[in-house]
Ligand binder design. Structure first.
Ligand code: PLP
Length: 408
């Protein structure tokens, strides 16, 4: 606990204002971010760090490139990467066992979600998906031919009702999608909530698509519980997806992994992914980078989380002082999801999320993601999502602009 308090208060030069490589971000950071926006706009949009990656990742990439051989890799992933993934699950996520044979390397968590959906769903089968939640869940289910059934989360508390959950199950339900920690509410689900989800899956013989990509970004004293650690019956039907975009800043390298409950399910997932026929697959260079991250960069990641902890507290305190904004303190992730109430200055009508985000961009020169259905589902309306995985100076500038634009 002393260490956590120390980490949460001590500044770290690796995440200082001067550490943000702004000219490179303006060239390379796409997906609604710096490279896609006019130069005078502050980007608090897609959830991607504004910092360069840790040195051991760059060194591993450079060494591999110097070797000059870029042959095909094994379809399920490089042995050293699968080994590193299994080690992370055991050492950092509380899994009591995990073999490399349970791991399938994938070219991003998003791709992993698609493979799980294609494995679990036949056309017309139903999948339960939180609302709100990152749009990738609905995209994956629909791309697999499945039908989305939305489980409402209270956007302010991030909680679901167990009655509503039970009421969604039909004869066609095959898949339950869990996002923990949750994007965009920042909720870290308790063991009790996870057990309710897991028990439902066991009772109705459902697969669980368990997205834990955010599970390294959890703020003390909140404790992260990994779903498969809740017992064999739940673990046997849980397929966990991880990626390295959020913790290690490797979004552009498109790398992640699926952890299956057994080697046999891993083989079926590999078949669903089409990687054996080389139509999909993750580049060996990306796996080399990811292996370096998992093997040598936890000190960097811990420093990053400590920086994010300070950023979260600062941003929440500032947002809470802006009239019209109600913000909940996220226990994990680096996104904030405030409810924003504002009126159109010309008509006096309440502004929806899209109009608000457009107003902030136009008047405030700050970009955020609107709580629009296309990003998070209908339950996100009235909210904005903003990220704080940047420097204090950029965060403050963004928050100043939001405050001024809302005041106008
Ligand atoms: C919950 C969740 N899952 C998956 C992803 C996608 O990660 P990747 O870059 O590995 O595809 C994101 C990115 O925002 C996310 O928030």
């Amino acid at each position: 606990m002393i260490a956590a308090q120390y980490l949460a208060t001590e500044p770290d030069a690796r995440f200082a204002d001067a550490a943000v490589p702004m000219s490179l971000l303006r060239e390379r950071a796409h997906n609604l971010r710096w490279a896609t926006l006019p130069p005078d706009v502050i980007a608090l949009t897609a959830a991607d760090p504004d910092f360069a990656v840790a040195a051991p990742i760059r060194e591993a990439i450079t060494d591999y490139v110097r070797g000059g051989v870029f042959s095909y890799g094994p379809p399920a992933g490089l042995p050293e990467f699968r080994q590193a993934c299994a080690r992370v699950l055991q050492r950092r996520k509380g899994w009591w066992s995990c073999e490399p044979s349970q791991i399938v390397a994938v070219d991003s968590a998003a791709a992993g979600m698609l493979h799980v959906a294609r494995f679990a769903l036949a056309p017309g089968d139903e999948a339960i998906v939180f609302d709100p939640v990152d749009f990738i869940f609905t995209s994956a289910v629909e791309a697999a031919g499945g039908v989305v059934r939305r489980l409402p989360l209270d956007p302010q508390t991030g909680r679901f009702s167990t009655e509503a959950l039970a009421g969604l199950v039909t004869a066609r339900t095959r898949l339950l999608c869990v996002c923990n920690p949750h994007n965009p509410t920042g909720r870290v689900f308790s063991a009790e909530e996870l057990r309710a989800l897991g028990d439902l899956a066991v009772a109705h013989d459902l697969w669980i698509l368990n997205d834990e990509i955010w599970s390294d970004i959890v703020f003390a004293p909140t404790h992260f519980v990994s779903l498969p650690t809740l017992g064999d019956a739940i673990a046997d039907r849980t397929i966990t997806v991880h990626g390295l975009s959020k913790t290690f800043g490797l979004a552009g390298l498109r790398v992640g992994f699926i952890a299956a409950p057994s080697a046999e399910v891993a083989r079926e997932l590999l078949a669903a992914s089409l990687a054996s026929s080389t139509m999909t697959g993750v580049s060996t260079l990306s796996q080399v980078a990811a292996t370096a991250a998992y093997s040598h960069c936890w000190d960097w990641a811990d420093g990053f989380v400590a920086h994010l902890h300070r950023q979260r507290d600062h941003a929440v305190a500032r947002l809470a002082r802006i009239p019209g904004i109600e913000v909940r303190v996220p226990e994990g992730t680096y996104v904030l999801f405030p409810k924003v109430t504002a009126r159109d200055p010309r008509t006096g009508a309440a502004m929806g999320s899209e109009a608000l985000a457009a107003h902030l961009l136009e008047r405030g020169r700050v970009a955020v993601v609107p709580g629009a259905s296309r990003w998070f589902g209908p339950g996100a309306e009235g909210h904005l999502r903003l990220v704080f995985s940047t420097s204090r100076a950029i965060l403050d500038e963004g928050l100043d602009r939001i405050a001024h634009a809302l005041a106008s």
